[in-house]
Design a protein around this ligand. Structure first.
Ligand SMILES: [Zn+2]
Length: 389
């Protein structure tokens, strides 16, 4: 196999910092895929990257139905006083707070899927001129309600879009792109001189699950993100790790032909070493989680076991077992998951955990797992042996 190269700075990468031990990996939508994940880090620019999914084009065009089942479907970002704040809503608020927009702003949402953020922006009464671009035509029906047909493009940006836009937005898209430098160059060619790129990418240091989701080929660090932008025609205005939990929000300005080209792009060695060390720690956490789950599986020695948690952590632990098909069931308190299936195993409420199961693998964020389990009344009277992360 040819040595891997950094997607950002083309440095040859060393051995992986994480490799899945089983044949299964998780996608960012918690789908279990039959593929191995390997994660690498770059000692030059700090970038963290995963091996590309096979048939990656097909995977996105056909098999990546992010929230298309209904117009209103959205992910909850946080709950304030019992009221859910949806991710789209939060993204609109952050964009409006951070960027000056008016009814002349020619805005292109790049790699935009449904472009829900821009739709919500327009619906909230902020008048910009919206444009959309994606590599799949499955979203055209969503765009139709707020974008004029001549203002969207599928597969390739329109030729007449060269140097047209004031603002390009990219909401959770660059992490999927195998050649991010090319994408950023394309974006630069679509912007007016001095136009801005506003983007959001996951931040693996505040959302450690991002390291092992197999469809995120890029896990940007502050260093690798600035390197990407600086080396492809942009000046970096700011990178903000506070405004969106688990993500980096950034703003970069297209230097264009009339702006001086900056040559110094390599991030400081000290920062890169810090990022490398932090990434190794996260890789160690997941490696040890997988190993310990398999040890527990072995210790069950054929006795029935169940997996608590049908979300990311539960699916991760299940996909790391030698024989996940031997799990009696998953258990989850979320009524929307109950009576559905994960990895062909049923999902039950805690009350419905069959009486003959005495072993429970707890797949929850370790920061909260013990208190969550101790609050489940149905488990108190039972003689359960627990595995905690
Ligand atoms: Zn690099």
């Amino acid at each position: 196999m040819e040595p891997m190269q950094c997607n950002v700075c083309a440095t040859t990468l060393g051995d992986p910092i994480y490799s899945s031990e089983t044949d299964y990996s998780l996608s960012s939508l918690c789908q279990v895929l039959e593929t191995k994940a390997s994660v690498y880090q770059c000692r030059c620019c700090g970038h963290i990257q995963s091996t590309e999914l096979k048939n990656v084009t097909t995977f996105y065009d056909i098999n990546y139905p992010i929230l298309v089942s209904s117009e209103e479907e959205d992910q909850i970002y946080e709950t304030i006083d019992g009221q859910p704040v949806f991710r789209t809503q939060h993204q609109v608020r952050t964009l409006v707070r951070k960027v000056k927009l008016d009814n002349q702003t020619l805005l292109l949402d790049f790699g935009c899927a449904k472009s829900s953020t821009i739709k919500a922006l327009v619906t909230s009464g902020i008048n910009i001129v919206p444009h959309a671009f994606d590599v799949s035509d499955r979203y055209v029906e969503f765009w139709r309600s707020f974008i004029r047909p001549e203002n969207w493009a599928v597969y390739e940006p329109r030729p007449e879009w060269k140097h047209r836009f004031d603002l390009v937005t990219s909401f959770f898209s660059l992490e999927h792109i195998v050649e991010p430098s090319q994408a950023v160059q394309t974006i630069s060619s679509l912007l007016k001189d001095g136009g801005a790129l506003y983007g959001i990418v996951p931040n693996v240091f505040s959302n450690i699950a991002d390291l092992i989701v197999v469809d995120h080929v890029n896990h940007f660090t502050a260093s690798s993100l600035s390197h990407l932008l600086l080396s492809n025609g942009f000046g970096v205005e700011w990178i903000d790790s506070e405004s969106h939990r688990g993500a980096l929000v950034f703003m970069a300005r297209c230097r264009g032909s009339t702006f001086p080209q900056k040559t110094e792009t390599i991030p400081s060695t000290e920062t890169v070493v810090q990022e490398n060390t932090a990434a190794l720690k996260i890789a160690e956490f997941w490696k040890s989680a997988g190993n310990r789950a398999r040890e527990f599986e072995e210790a069950c020695a054929g006795e029935p076991f169940a997996i608590y948690g049908a979300g990311f952590y539960g699916a991760f632990l299940a996909s790391n077992l030698r024989h996940p098909e031997r799990a009696t069931c998953f258990v989850d308190q979320n009524p929307f998951l109950q009576n559905k299936q994960l990895m062909s195993r049923p999902i039950f409420s805690p009350d419905a955990l069959p009486g003959h199961v005495h072993n429970l693998i707890v797949g929850l964020n370790p920061a909260h797992s013990k208190s969550i389990i101790s609050n489940i009344a149905a488990f108190r009277a039972r003689n359960l042996r627990y595995f905690f992360l």
